[in-house]
Design a protein around this ligand. Sequence first.
Ligand code: ME8
Length: 512
Amino acid sequence: MLPLTISAFLQISIMQTLYVTTPIYYVNAKPHIGHAYTTIVCDVFTRFNKMLGKNVKFVTGTDEHGKKIEQSATKAGLDPKKFTDNISQLFRDILPVLNIFNNDFIRTTEERHKKAVSAIWNKLSEKGYIYLGEYSGWYDIRNEAYFSEDELIDGKSPLGGEVTIMKEECYFFKLSEFEDKLLKFYDENPDFIFPETRRNEVLSFVKGGLKDLAISRASFKWGIPVPNDPKHVIYVWVDALTNYLTMLGYPHESDMNNNQYWQNSIHFVGKEIVRFHAVYWPALLMASGIRPPKQIVAHGWWMSEGEKMSKSLGNVQDPVKYCKLFGSDSLRYFLLRELSFGSDGNFSLEGFIGRYNGVLANAYGNLCKRVLSIAQKNCSGIVKKTEDEADFIKEIEKILNETIELVEKYAFNRYLEKVETAIAFANQYVDQQKPWAIEDQNALQNILHNLLIAIIQITKFFEPVIPIAASKVLSQIKVLDNKDIVVTNSDDSLFPRIDASKIGEFDVFERE
Ligand code: ME8
């Protein structure tokens, strides 16, 4: 049963199709909380929009070429293919653990992708946007990007990586020709880059002038060869960004401009890769005759226990361990609730336990348990509809309805705050009405009916974040055609309380 509020929304909903993407992750280390975050955000956004009746395609995958991966493979004593097979599998395996419902998973080493990247290259070349030249400059291997002397900060690249001087023959993309076109595009599409702070950064970067972009490398082999000049491989960012088209069937599906998914494509990314997505990618697409994606949505970074996550500090937290100890629902909930989307946030076990106990175990878990067990014990599990819809239900619906706009604005923490407000309102109603003390069956059933409807509505809106618990709750409350409600099984504890005094005993850090 869809809540009434949702069907009302559907009538005014305009955009019915969405294409949602995560960045494709480098396969030089196993997935951590930061990767889990972006993937979960996309999954929740997808599930929420599907709940609203939209047709959503949600994709993710791994980015497997480039010098950095080649070096990591050598260090591990493996050939790059074997090395990438192993780590890509870890990114694939974590999806069911996090309860991710993606439609596709791409590896840039797949044939379908090589075809798409070669096709883009040929298109750029045909249209005269590629020329052969020589590059000399500082190369940041970790981030696979060149920088000029004046861009370096304290001897490192502006992205923080170590740099070495490099000189090589390479192909260039005429990025400098796109300065005005990009500025016009940003102007005409004010929502292209979200949030505003990132948009402003991109605008000032482009206004500062664009140089042509080196888009091939001849100093290593691990990449997709340049068509007709295989001593060069294609720059890993041109390779990686094209994944978003590969998964829509490009180049076999050649008419991207009329592709409904592409027209409504949203790339979710971390703030450090906005430039690649909001400058290089639209320029490459414009040059190939394909319209840019609809929106680039950038979030902030997770720090761990107050510091930047880093292997050397030993503070990298393992999402798989969290799921095993506390369940994937609670990790999904914490990640979305704790971080104000766009800002940086701190991931700590203490914070996790606080929110888990406060909201999942106490507020939501107890609401469900209290109401379902009174319905079973005091009404034998059958609650009849006796009166018209109460103001209480209308208020719950009003609060929940406000989440739609918040999710559209990527304010996931505020969406969950609203759900919590609705839960608190329902708990208050229980406390005021004291159903456990009511003897009159009619009056009792009326109150319980209201509460069960409220639980269904709240759970529907909570489901994108906590799908396992939500489906358990919804399976225990059946609304019959005549609106009577049958309640079964109230004994399971949805979110057992975590004993915070045992915090030292939980092993949540990644170990080699
Ligand atoms: O950049 N906090 O891959 P990558 C929040 N292959 N998010 C984080 C994070 C943190 N501490 N750490 C990582 C690449 N992420 C390229 C992308 S796309 C065409 C190519 C998330 O493995 C966040 O989404 O370095 C970030 O942008 C991404 O992982 C970087 O993953």
